[in-house]
Design a protein. Structure first.
Length: 201
């Protein structure tokens, strides 16, 4: 079976469950870009609860294919994101182990959102030990073949997660309980090498 996904900025845990659970994955890069989605935002757990981190994009996003979306650097979002990640996960079991892998992404400029997301996805997969067979669309996938499962509308920060997730240790769980479907870095920084076991459950 083949999973059809959108691009995602440090996508949620359920997104990576699809990368772990399907024979191959196709990432849609020719759709019209959709604002306020995981394409340019991720959710982490902070001392004050769930925190959304959004990558600003240049203003010409209306009816622009995702592959052509450029990142805006009019504000220092990289420094803000990295400080938030450090603050949220500095006391997690594996943050110090992985920090040097992630920090460079918040110091250099990438022109296109899709490229930035894809480089992060490849890093996360390598750290977790996932080897998904991933390809990109050549044109918008309007017809879904029998062997495909379309997840392009399945992940949204605006939707409550209805399917049950396997709980795992989280730094602030005593304060907030288990928070489902946060960014994959929440799982990675808290569970380290055991992340793959959570994804495959």
């Amino acid at each position: 079976m083949v999973a059809l996904l959108t691009s995602a900025y440090l996508g949620p845990v359920r997104y990576y469950e699809k990368l772990a659970g399907f024979d191959s994955v196709i990432i849609e890069r020719n759709e019209n870009y959709v604002k306020q989605t995981y394409r340019n935002r991720c959710r982490i757990s902070s001392a004050n609860g769930v925190l959304d981190l959004s990558i600003p994009i240049k203003k010409d996003a209306d009816k622009c294919p995702t592959k052509d979306i450029r990142i805006a650097y009019t504000e220092n979002w990289q420094q803000m994101h990295w400080r938030a990640i450090e603050s949220a996960y500095s006391s997690s079991p594996f943050f110090e182990y992985y920090r040097d892998d992630f920090e460079p992404f918040y110091k250099r400029h990438s022109e296109f959102l899709l490229d930035f997301n894809e480089e992060l996805r490849q890093l996360v997969c390598s750290l977790i030990g996932l080897e998904p067979k991933v390809s990109m669309t050549d044109a918008y996938m309007s017809e879904i073949k029998a062997e495909m499962v379309d997840f392009r509308e399945s992940f949204s920060p605006k939707k409550n997660v209805e399917e049950k997730m396997t709980p795992y240790y989280q730094v602030f769980s005593q304060k907030f309980g288990f928070l489902p479907d946060l960014s994959i870095i929440d799982l990675l920084f808290n569970m380290g090498p055991e992340s793959i076991l959570v994804l495959k459950k």
